[in-house]
Design a protein around this ligand. Structure first.
Ligand code: 173
Length: 321
């Protein structure tokens, strides 16, 4: 057999090397405290990507609010200061007010991915955030109002409440005064009596010790919390098919798990709150209906006010048929 010249062999080796993309490393931040309820889905995603992505793609987890203020995460993602972010729409309404509408979804993500609602939002993410929406890792997880002063009807007049954009229109519609803070400032605000209560989902009250400073939870819950994994679109477009596949698989797994995972967590934290002495405030049937209906009415009015172009479309995609 003819011997292959050494130079040809070397060139061939070099070519095969060039055809194999290098392992890429992505920088990631979360808008919620590390290892707490609303970062857990993202941390699981990172573990999956890093386990499956050896030699292909790797995530460098920079961390949470200690590394970056929660309301800055959207900007950092958009500008490519980070490649991946775990955040809720309410934290980047400055860039994309429509993102806060995720809280109003009354259909599962699997359905929204088929009915055009997801694709519609994806278009806005591309345009306003330079982002690709990979997965919603929090869903089926209602918000509540937590209080240190009792109420007997759906009237929040005279109460000063800690909010994010999630709760603003609703609590104001019921007469409250509101003050926006990051989650990291809630404990101190309660301790100092700066606020009479706060909005937060049913889970995670124990993560930062708020149970120590919380007397009441108002039922029913309203909306459904959304926390999602985003990737900078410029970064995404540079990835090869193999790298995208690793991210997509981990994203699909995380999104599929969210609803059942929170069904269980919701029940566990409801029981844990009762055990910790947090009392439940409920209204009569008419009061409960008024409270719940006002939440959606004020919520959609807020979205439509901030985005007259997209708000009505989102309402038809997201609302219960
Ligand atoms: O209350 C909040 O900080 C908030 O808006 C939120 C959103 C999703 C999950 C948890 C909290």
């Amino acid at each position: 057999m003819r011997k292959i010249p050494a130079l040809v062999l070397l060139a061939a080796m070099g070519m095969s090397q060039a055809a194999t993309a290098q392992e890429v490393t992505l920088r990631a931040v979360t808008a919620f405290a590390e290892k707490t309820t609303y970062s857990r889905g993202f941390e699981q995603f990172i573990e999956r990507v890093n386990a499956a992505g050896t030699g292909v793609i790797k995530i460098n987890y920079i961390g949470g609010p200690k590394a970056m203020p929660p309301f800055e995460v959207g900007n950092a993602l958009k500008n490519g200061v980070v490649d991946l972010a775990n955040a809720t729409g309410a934290f980047y309404t400055n860039l994309m007010p429509e993102a806060d509408a995720w809280k109003l979804t009354q259909r599962p993500m699997s359905e929204l991915r088929k009915n055009g609602g997801f694709d519609y939002m994806a278009g806005i993410y591309a345009q306003k955030m330079n982002a690709v929406f990979l997965a919603r890792v929090v869903d089926n997880n209602p918000f509540h109002l937590y209080l240190n002063k009792p109420i007997t009807k759906p009237d929040l007049t005279g109460l000063k409440l800690r909010i994010t954009p999630v709760y603003r229109d609703f609590f104001q519609a019921l007469g409250a005064t509101v003050v926006q803070t990051a989650p990291g400032e809630v404990y101190t605000a309660l301790e100092r009596g700066v606020v009479d209560g706060y909005g937060w989902p049913i889970t995670g009250v124990f993560d930062l010790g708020w149970n120590e400073k919380t007397k009441y939870r108002v039922d029913p819950g309203f909306y459904t919390a959304e926390v999602s994994i985003l990737i900078n679109k410029t970064t995404w477009d540079k990835l090869d098919a193999k790298q995208k596949a690793v991210l997509t698989k981990a994203a699909e797994e995380g999104e599929a798990e969210a609803a059942p995972l929170f069904a269980k967590a919701n029940a566990e934290d409801t029981a844990r709150q009762a055990k910790a002495g947090i009392q439940t405030i409920t209204f009569d049937a008419a009061g409960a209906k008024k409270y719940f209906d006002e939440a959606y009415e004020a919520g959609w009015a807020g979205v439509i006010r901030q985005s007259p172009e997209h708000g009505p479309k989102l309402r038809s995609f997201f609302s219960k048929p």
